[in-house]
Design a protein. Structure first.
Length: 113
C-alpha cells in the first residue's frame, strides 16, 4: 500500500496518505480508518495533500469515514486537498458537506479543538 500513517495533533488523529485512493485500496483504507475512529481523540482528519487521484471508491471511503465519525460523536475534516482532489470533491459537491481545512492551524479552528 502507498504511504499511510496516523499522527496526533492535539485531540485530533490525522490520517496521512500519499498516492491514489481507488477501488484497489479503498477497502483497506476503510478498515484502517475504522481503527482510527475507534481509537483516542475527539476528531479525525484526513490529510489529502499528497493524494494524487481519487475515484468513486475513494469518495465512498471519505463518506464512510465521516459517517463513522458522526456515529462515534467525533468531528471530521479534510486537510489540504490537492488540486486534483479538490476538483473531484467540487464536482460531486462534497466540498459543501465536508469541512475543509487549508492547513493545520485552520484545522484546529474548524474542529474547535
Amino acid at each position: 500500500m502507498e504511504e499511510f500513517r496516523v499522527d496526533t495533533i492535539g485531540e485530533a488523529r490525522v490520517i496521512r496518505f500519499a498516492g491514489e485512493i481507488t477501488m484497489d485500496n479503498a477497502q483497506e483504507l476503510k478498515n484502517r480508518g475504522r481503527q482510527v475512529v475507534e481509537g483516542q481523540g475527539r476528531a479525525v482528519v484526513m490529510d489529502l495533500s499528497k493524494v494524487t487521484f481519487i475515484d468513486s471508491s475513494g469518495i465512498g471511503f471519505l463518506i464512510v469515514l465521516k459517517s463513522r465519525c458522526d456515529e462515534a460523536g467525533k468531528r471530521f475534516a479534510l486537510l489540504s486537498p490537492s488540486v486534483q482532489v479538490r476538483k473531484t470533491l467540487r464536482l460531486v459537491q462534497l466540498d459543501a458537506i465536508f469541512p475543509v481545512a487549508a492547513n493545520e492551524g485552520d484545522m484546529a479552528r474548524i474542529l474547535s479543538l
